[in-house]
Design a protein around this ligand. Structure first.
Ligand code: GCW
Length: 678
């Protein structure tokens, strides 16, 4: 059934003309199968070629005919060794793909220094064929720019997924370790195909139970499935675990008994999982325990864990998504205030993991001021793939443009060109460790991600983690070709639709830099009117600050002064209502309803215009998709069509509710041609 289970690894027959060329170019597969990774590679090639070319490839130990495909390392395959390729700069995970001649016959080689590199190369070659690219005169070299490319599962041990919209957790803890669901292997294949090399199995709001012996056996079983695909497993560690499962009466990181407990725990884990990746920690944030409970700092906490992991080669990914129990004057400033003073104090196997923006995965945020502000510490990017604030899995929102915007933002930390991407890939400061994390959108639904188009967000995350400079449009094209059809009459309009979808959602939810206007708790629909409750910064009114005179959060030097956490050239721009990019106007400024914006409209008119523009774009997306039915199987076409109908209705809901509410402050009429809220 066309239920989306195969993701982008569909391997449907290539178009006739292309298939004919491919059959000649890949007539024989020469790939060793002595290790698990080598077998995974050869199996994938067989599966892919059988699907694409309609027949199983001939396998051989050495090239004997024209059209040989050699896949391996100089150590694993003598015929690659004999080619004398220069593989030095490919590192552990890179690969090259090249058209060569072997004994006078045309051949293609996929070569790497490790089995995993060769696996990545094999997936790349298959991708070329899946997207209908020619295989002539190939000369490709790929090396990942970021070291740790990691999914974060916010999966609880009872299979609930926090902020997950695609069913239950795929980890069936109850049946592990005895039963290994074949789905785990498909998960590993999908991740390896886009270069993801790590997975954190459990929620950052962690249950200490995962560190008990029975669960570690389950973790080890999953690690065994992931290993052939170059994926290491990590777990989220609950900081108070020594008290909860260790019988100690403190978790003070400087207490010798606590250190000994973690030391023994690390040794126990590595005895079961020799390539265990390390710990992800959410500490002293939203009620989670942490070192501050014992009068210690984030650095004290992270370093204690780092010390016990270091001898085994593990790392600590310490999250900077913190906000304290006291209500702040501006939550935007808290992570920076808490972390910058500790720059330089972290051990060298600690990465600090920072969300893309300072508030919380809003539809659009300016880059987090920590990027560029902690030069002595490797900072990991944390993106959200699951769409907590972006319409869950029903709204079609392609996140590529959002990731791209953040990665390309210029921190000016070391002069112009100090992009967030360079901070994250470690090149700006020359850090050995680097990483990108994505909060997974994967669940037990047949289509994995809750909707067909949300698979693209998993895909683009992996591609941008491998190379943060790759552009969102190219990736959208690639994904569309692999997932649906290579026909340009389909690909072009679909890619346009994907590329417009993020701006559309921003427009109908939170235009002009507004943020956090979603319903409390669930974060789905509009609720800009939320006030009261446990703390001020959990309300919408805290963030939009609408009055009779105007709207927006004043974070300028005369307001909360959050702007001053950015480097001076950035701060100056954000601080100036005439220069701040309009998409962040109300993020940084409180502006009068009647002030003018770039279009010449008043702020009020512009706000209404943007809300309506967002709804209009969704209507267009729906129209586009409806007209493309002949290119897509009915099953997938129908679901996307229905979801777009829901999205259109809800975009209208967002617009109408937001405008009606804000109008109670502005007191202004709707601009001409705008329909009053229904
Ligand atoms: O965005 C908020 C979410 C919480 C989440 C938290 C975090 C895992 O609403 O569900 O908790 O961020 O990132 O820690």
């Amino acid at each position: 059934a066309e239920d989306g289970y195969e993701l982008w690894l569909r391997y449907r027959p290539a178009a006739d003309a292309a298939a004919q060329a491919y059959r000649a170019q890949v007539a024989q597969v020469v790939a060793p199968a002595a290790s698990d990774t080598q077998r995974a590679t050869r199996d994938e090639l067989s599966r892919g070629l059988r699907g694409l070319l309609g027949r199983a490839p001939m396998l051989a130990d050495a090239p004997t005919a024209a059209g040989a495909l050699l896949v391996g390392t100089p150590a694993s395959l003598p015929s690659i060794d004999r080619l004398g390729l220069d593989l030095d700069d490919l590192g552990e995970e890179g690969y090259l793909i090249r058209s060569v001649r072997v004994d006078g016959r045309a051949a293609t080689v996929v070569a790497a220094n490790s089995d995993t590199g060769a696996l990545y190369g094999a997936f790349h070659l298959l991708r070329l064929m899946q997207s209908g690219q020619p295989l002539e005169a190939l000369d490709l070299r790929e090396v990942p720019k970021v070291g740790l490319r990691v999914l974060n599962h916010w999966d609880d041990l009872n299979r609930h997924v926090e902020r997950g919209y695609s069913g239950q957790s795929i980890w069936d803890w109850h049946r592990l370790p005895g039963w290994l669901d074949p789905r785990y292997t498909d998960y590993a294949r999908a991740n390896a195909s886009i270069g993801i090399n790590g997975t954190v199995l459990n929620n950052v709001n962690a249950n200490a139970q995962i560190l008990t012996a029975p669960y570690l056996d389950k973790v080890a079983a999953l690690a065994g499935v992931m290993r052939p695909y170059g994926i290491r497993v990590y777990v989220s560690a609950r900081f108070s675990a020594p008290m909860e499962i260790g019988g100690l009466d403190t978790a003070d990181p400087l207490d010798p008994a606590v250190r000994r407990w973690w030391q023994a725990k690390a040794d126990e884990i590595y005895a079961k999982v020799p390539d265990f990746g390390g710990f992800l920690v959410k500490a002293n944030s939203e009620g989670q325990p942490g070192p501050q409970d014992f009068g210690r700092s984030h650095a004290d906490g992270a370093n204690m864990l780092a010390e016990v992991l270091a001898p085994h080669g593990g790392v600590v990914m310490w999250r900077a998504f913190v906000y304290s129990d006291e209500e702040p004057d501006d939550r935007h400033k808290q992570a920076y205030t808490e972390f910058v003073p500790h720059d330089g104090e972290f051990r060298d196997n600690v990465l600090v993991q920072v969300k893309n923006g300072a508030i919380d995965f809003q539809p659009r945020e300016p880059f987090h001021p920590l990027f560029g502000a902690m030069p002595k510490t490797p900072l990991m990017m944390e993106f959200q793939i699951t769409k907590e604030y972006l319409g869950f899995a029903t709204h079609l929102v392609y996140l590529g443009p959002m990731y791209e915007e953040v990665l390309r933002a210029d921190t000016h930390a070391k002069g112009p060109g100090s992009t967030v991407a360079k901070v994250v890939d470690g090149s700006l400061e020359g850090h050995a460790l680097s990483g990108i994390a994505g909060v997974a959108n994967i669940g037990s639904d047949r289509n994995w991600s809750g909707s067909h188009f949300d698979q693209a967000n998993w895909y683009v995350f992996g591609r941008m983690a491998w190379d943060p400079s790759v552009d969102a449009r190219t990736v959208a094209q690639e994904w569309t070709r692999m997932t649906f059809s290579t026909d340009p009459a389909f690909v072009e309009p679909v890619v346009e639709m994907m590329m417009a979808s993020h701006q559309a959602a921003v427009d109908y939810m939170t235009p002009l830099g507004l943020h956090h206007l979603m319903g409390r708790g669930h974060h789905y629909g509009p609720a800009p009117w939320v006030e009261g409750g446990p703390r001020a910064d959990w309300t919408s009114v805290y963030f939009h600050r609408a009055t009779k005179e105007g709207i927006g959060f004043d974070r300028t030097t005369s307001g909360s002064d959050a702007v001053s956490q950015y480097a001076p050239p950035v701060a100056e721009v954000f601080n100036d209502p005439a220069r701040v990019p309009e998409e962040f106007l109300l993020w940084f400024h409180h502006r009068p309803w009647t002030s003018r914006v770039a279009s010449g409209r008043t702020l009020w008119d512009e706000l209404v215009h943007r809300y309506s523009r967002g709804v209009g774009e969704v209507a267009r997306m729906r129209e586009t998709w409806t007209g493309l039915d002949r290119y897509v199987d009915p099953e997938r076409h129908h679901q996307v069509e229905r979801f777009l109908a829901i999205q259109q209705q809800e975009a209208q809901w967002w617009r109408d509710a937001s405008i009606a509410y804000f109008q109670t402050f502005s007191g202004l009429p709707l601009p001409e041609g705008e329909a009053p809220p229904a």
